[in-house]
Design a protein around this ligand. Structure first.
Ligand SMILES: Nc1ncnc2c1ncn2[C@@H]1O[C@H](COP(=O)(O)OP(=O)(O)OP(=O)(O)O)[C@@H](O)[C@H]1O
Ligand SMILES: [Mg+2]
Length: 255
C-alpha cells in the first residue's frame, strides 16, 4: 500500500467559538488519504465540505484534532514553513476561485511559481503549456473581471496545476463549467492521478463527476456519514453505486 500523504485525526471546526452564534461545522473527522488516491467528497449544502477542504489545505486552523501532511503535523509548523510547504506540495482550486482582481490571468496563473522564485522563462513555458490545455490562451492578458465564470474557473485550475503539485485539493472545480468542459477536467485529473500518481481530494455535488474518483466520502452534519471504495468497479457500476447511496440518503431524510 502507498504511504499516507494526508491524514486528519478527530478534526473539529467551530466557527464563532464562545459566542451565541457558534456553529460546529466539523466534528470527529478522521481520515487517511494515500499517495495516488483520488478522493471525492460529497454531501448536502452546508454539511461542512468547504470547511474540511480549508482545514486540510492549511488555509484555516482547526478548533480541535490535527491535520498531518506527509507525516508532519501542520498546526505545529511555523507560518513560514506552512507557506513554503503549500507552494511546493499543494495545488488548490477554491469554490470562489480566489483570483487576484488587479492582476492579469497570466500573473494569477504564474503566482505560485513567481513566489517560489522560478526562472521567468520557465514560468512562461509552463503557463503557455497549461493555457493551451485549458483553452485560455486568449485570456492571458485580461483581468479576472473581464472573464466569464467558467473562464475564471479554468484559470484557477491552471494556477493550481502550474507547480506540478503532488496533492491537488479542489472545491467544486466543475461547478462553473458546462458538462463537456467538466468531463474534460475530470479526464485531466484522472490522467494526472493514474499516470503521475498525483493525489486528489475533490468536493463535488455531481455524482457523475464523482465517478472519476477512486474512493468517496459523504459528509453529513459535519461528520463522515459513509464511505465508498471503487475497488475494481468500472465507471458505470461505480456511478450507479454513488447514485444509489445518494438517493437512499435522500429517502432517509424525507422519511
Ligand atoms: N466563516 C464562517 N463563519 C460562520 N459559519 C460558517 C462559516 N463558514 C461556514 N460556516 C457554516 O459552517 C457550516 C458548513 O459550511 P461549509 O461552507 O463547510 O458547507 P459546504 O458543505 O461547503 O456547503 P456548500 O455545498 O453550500 O458549499 C454551515 O452551517 C455554514 O453556515
Ligand atoms: Mg462549499
Amino acid at each position: 500500500m502507498n504511504e499516507i500523504v494526508l491524514e486528519t485525526r478527530n478534526l473539529k471546526k467551530v466557527y464563532n467559538v464562545g459566542s451565541l452564534n457558534a456553529v460546529t461545522a466539523l466534528h470527529d473527522v478522521t481520515i487517511q488519504v494515500r499517495k495516488g488516491d483520488f478522493l471525492a467528497v460529497m454531501g448536502p449544502s452546508g454539511s461542512g465540505k468547504s470547511t474540511f477542504i480549508n482545514n486540510i489545505s492549511t488555509i484555516d486552523t482547526p478548533t480541535g484534532g490535527a491535520v498531518f501532511i506527509n507525516g508532519k503535523n501542520v498546526s505545529a509548523m511555523s507560518a513560514n514553513e506552512t507557506g513554503r510547504f503549500r507552494y511546493q506540495n499543494l495545488g488548490f482550486i477554491f469554490q470562489d476561485f480566489n483570483l487576484l482582481d488587479s492582476h492579469t490571468i497570466y500573473e494569477n496563473i504564474a503566482l505560485p511559481l513567481s513566489l517560489a522564485g522560478v526562472d521567468p522563462q520557465k514560468i512562461e513555458a509552463r503557463v503557455t503549456e497549461l493555457a493551451k490545455v485549458l483553452d485560455i490562451t486568449q485570456l492571458l492578458n485580461k483581468l479576472p473581471g473581464e472573464c466569464s465564470g467558467g473562464q475564471r474557473q479554468r484559470c484557477a485550475i491552471a494556477r493550481a496545476l502550474v507547480n506540478h503539485p503532488g496533492i491537488i485539493i479542489a472545491d467544486e472545480p466543475t461547478g462553473n463549467l458546462d458538462s463537456a468542459n467538466g468531463e474534460e477536467l475530470m479526464e485531466l485529473f484522472q490522467k494526472m492521478n493514474r499516470e503521475e500518481g498525483v493525489t486528489i481530494v475533490m468536493v463535488t455535488h455531481d455524482a457523475f463527476m464523482a465517478s472519476y474518483s477512486s474512493r468517496l466520502i459523504f459528509i453529513k452534519d459535519g461528520g463522515i456519514s459513509s464511505e465508498l471504495d471503487r475497488g475494481d468497479m468500472d465507471q458505470d457500476a461505480y456511478f450507479a453505486k454513488i447514485v444509489e447511496i445518494s438517493s437512499s440518503r435522500r429517502r432517509r431524510v424525507k422519511e
